[in-house]
Design a protein. Structure first.
Length: 233
């Protein structure tokens, strides 16, 4: 299975830091954040990774990640202008060869991705998104029925008690057909899946997710990922 890691965002909320280093390359506890993402995907058996990058940041990621062999994975690159997450995935559509994962490259979680993939396949879904009940923040939120089928999704609502999207999708090639309906996956494409009656599901997890989208969240991620005394190396 292949993962498409979205890491081409400008990271404007972390300016001026991101004027010097791409958001995913910010070092935390001695290594770039993107390393934690690659290691997480590898732990769940995903060793074919396609980095979706912007023209501005691609060289920095390439110089660090190279072909992925030092992580025990294979890493490829698809470079495009910053036109939105849906457009970035659409630009890489030729690399889709079966069920695939979309992963936002500024987030990290301990969610069981392997279980999410099994859930997705058991439902025959065209797209399944991870929804956490452990965070209450201004991200996309979704509501599902008893079988996990999505009934509602909204990006950055004013107020909601629904589970929060943590930026991980499992998709089938048929999902690509919807990418021409907007520029942003969460704001544009997911609501279209609902309106068109596509088999769109939500995988509920109690695991929170940690991202580096703002300086406050970056500080929290640094604390969480900091090596603890007494922990085996």
């Amino acid at each position: 299975m292949k993962a498409f890691v979205l890491a081409g965002g400008a990271g404007t909320r972390l300016s001026p830091l991101t004027s010097y280093v791409p958001k995913g390359m910010i070092p935390i506890s001695g290594k770039p954040f993107i390393d934690y993402v690659v290691e997480y995907l590898s732990r769940h058996g995903i060793r074919n990774i396609m980095m979706l990058l912007s023209d501005e940041d691609s060289e920095v990621f390439r110089n660090h990640l190279e072909d992925g062999s030092k992580f025990g994975v294979s890493i490829g690159y698809n470079i495009s202008p910053r036109l939105g997450t849906a457009m970035a995935l659409k630009e890489a559509a030729d690399h889709v060869d079966g069920t695939f994962v979309v992963y936002y490259g500024d987030v990290l979680t301990n969610m069981d991705l392997s279980e999410m993939i099994r859930f997705h396949k058991s439902r025959g879904a065209v797209c399944t998104i991870a929804l956490s009940t452990s965070v209450k923040i201004d991200y996309g939120v979704g509501k599902v029925d008893g079988d996990g089928r999505s009934q509602y999704f909204a990006e950055k609502p004013v107020l909601s008690d629904y589970p929060v999207s943590i930026g991980i999708y499992v998709c089938e090639p048929g999902f690509l057909e919807y990418l021409s309906l907007g520029k942003d996956l969460a704001a544009d494409i997911l609501p279209h899946l609902l309106s068109k009656g596509a088999k769109f599901y939500g995988f509920i997890t109690k695991e929170p997710h940690h991202d580096i989208g703002s300086f406050k969240q970056l500080d929290e991620a640094k604390y969480i990922l900091k090596p603890q005394k007494g922990r085996a190396k």
